[in-house]
Every structure is written in C-alpha cells, then in structure tokens.
Design a protein around this ligand. Structure first.
Ligand code: OAD
Ligand code: ZN
Length: 241
C-alpha cells in the first residue's frame, strides 16, 4: 500500500484543543505568554536564576488543569482511536487531558505537567499532588532539586517522543492538525513531513496559521464542533474497511 493510500490516521494537537476545557492557550489575547516573557519562566536559565518563581508558574498551571477537565474533543478523539486500527496521537500539550479522556499511548512532545525530573541524576517520576509547593520538590533518589519534566525553550524534545512522532508523520495517510498555531518547531514540521510523504493534511483551527495554505482541507472553527464535522465526513474511510 502506498503512503498516499495508507489508512494510518495521525493527529497532532496543540493548546487550542484544551481551550474549550478552560485552559489558556499560549499566544494571543488572554494567552499564557501575554504579559510574560517566556524566557523568564520557561528556560533552563530562568530556572537556575529563580527556581521558586518558575515552580510557582508551573504550580499555577497544574492547579488550573486540576480544576478543569477534558472536553468533548478529547473524548471524541479517544472514540476515534478506538475504531481506527492505525492511529497515533501526538500532542504538544502538557495537561494530560488526552490520557484522562481515554487515549492510552499519547506521544507527549513537550513533556507533562504531572511528571518531575531530577536536576542532577536522570530520575523521573509522576506526582499529581495539587498543591505541590511548598517546599520545592526534591528527588526521592538523591535529594537534589526537582524540575518540571517539560520542554523549555532552547531544550531538545524527548528523543523517544520525537522519534515516534516522526515515524508516525512519515507513514500517515491522513494527518489531522487541531488547535495549534503551527509556529513552534520541531512539532510544526510534522505536518509538512507528512505532506511530503503523501498524506492528506487537514487543519482544524478558528484562525489561519502558517500551515493553512499547505493543507488539503481546512475546518475553520472550534475543536469540538469541527472535529464532529470532520469525523462525520471522513469516518466511512475507516469504518467500512
Ligand atoms: P498557541 O497558543 O500558540 O496556539 C493555540 C492555537 O489554538 C491558535 O492557533 C488558536 O487559533 C487555536 N485555538 C484557540 N481556541 C481554539 C478552539 N476552541 N479550538 C481549536 N483551536 C483553537 O498553542 P500551541 O500551538 O499549542 O511549548 O503552542 C505550541 C507550543 O508553544 C506549546 O506547546 C508551548 C508554547 O510555547 C512549550 O512550552 C515548549
Ligand atoms: Zn536525583
């Protein structure tokens, strides 16, 4: 089977898919980066300079996510996963909502708010306590300061996640890109990779993005409404084969 006719469905999500849950996106009015310099909050040097400040930012984000819940778009993606045999879900989101909605093997490109990592040894662990502070969390193995296990500006993506995402994108028959501004690489490069490999690229977003002109189909609007529409139109491809 050629890649162009592959039935592999690969979904890439960004902050817009959690917007209907009440989680702020990053860019634009009301976004997390409005009034903040990301380099003061989401870089290794910011953490070295003021770990308390950076941890308080992540504590705040953990509390927002804990106070809200996955929405209908997360749940519909889990139902789609259940009936599409070759399915991959890649997310830039760190909220864990896809897993909470029932997607078992999400590729988390930017880490997770619920995972911590030691600044000294390689130890990683889950901690879902809210609130988590004070005091600043420490490593259960060596006692050193812990950091959020998320990707900061200037850092590489987790090698296994980018490897799995690249493989999925290059084998996609359809790539569905939901709620991302398509500005942050390498995540933003995945739909281009899929397209070069012959995939049909579909975007769901209320606003135009740099990816929009490259797409085979664009659904303009909010994630849930447009995902329902897309799935209504596209599902026969998977349900009849
Ligand atoms: P952005 O905040 O850059 O973009 C959010 C996108 O969601 C925009 O294109 C909006 O138009 C769209 N959107 C808003 N409401 C929506 C809705 N109801 N339904 C669907 N779409 C909606 O967020 P990301 O693209 O996810 O990285 O940002 C990418 C990365 O930049 C993040 O993972 C984060 C950030 O810096 C790191 O922290 C490493
Ligand atoms: Zn340690």
């Amino acid at each position: 089977m050629s890649k162009a006719h592959s039935d592999r469905l690969v979904v890439l999500t960004g902050a817009g898919v959690s917007a209907e849950s009440g989680i702020p996106t990053f860019r634009g009015a009301g976004g997390l980066w409005e009034g903040h310099h990301p380099e003061d909050l989401a870089t290794p040097s910011a953490f070295r300079a003021d770990p308390d400040r950076v941890w308080r930012f992540y504590e705040w984000r953990r509390s927002i996510v804990a106070d809200h819940a996955p929405n209908a778009a997360h749940r519909l993606l889990a139902s789609i996963e259940a009936c599409v045999p070759n399915f991959d879900l890649i997310t830039q989101n760190v909220d864990g909502y896809h897993q909470e909605a029932g997607c078992p093997s999400v590729i988390e490109l930017h880490g997770s708010l619920w995972s911590l990592r030691c600044t000294q040894c390689a130890h990683r662990w889950k901690d879902r306590r809210v609130p988590l502070l004070p005091p600043l969390p420490t490593c259960p193995m060596c006692g050193s300061l812990a950091r959020p296990d998320v990707v900061w500006f200037g850092e590489s993506l987790p090698a296994d996640a980018i490897q799995r995402a690249t493989t999925a994108a290059s084998q996609a028959g359809t790539m569905l890109v939901i709620g991302t501004s398509s500005l942050v690489y390498p995540a933003a490069g995945l739909p281009h990779l899929a397209r070069r490999a012959g995939a049909c690229v579909v975007e769901i977003n209320p606003e135009a993005t740099p990816l929009s002109p490259e797409c085979d189909r664009v659904y303009r609007g909010a994630a849930t409404e447009q995902l329902v529409k897309w799935w209504g139109e596209a599902q026969s491809r998977w349900l009849t084969t």
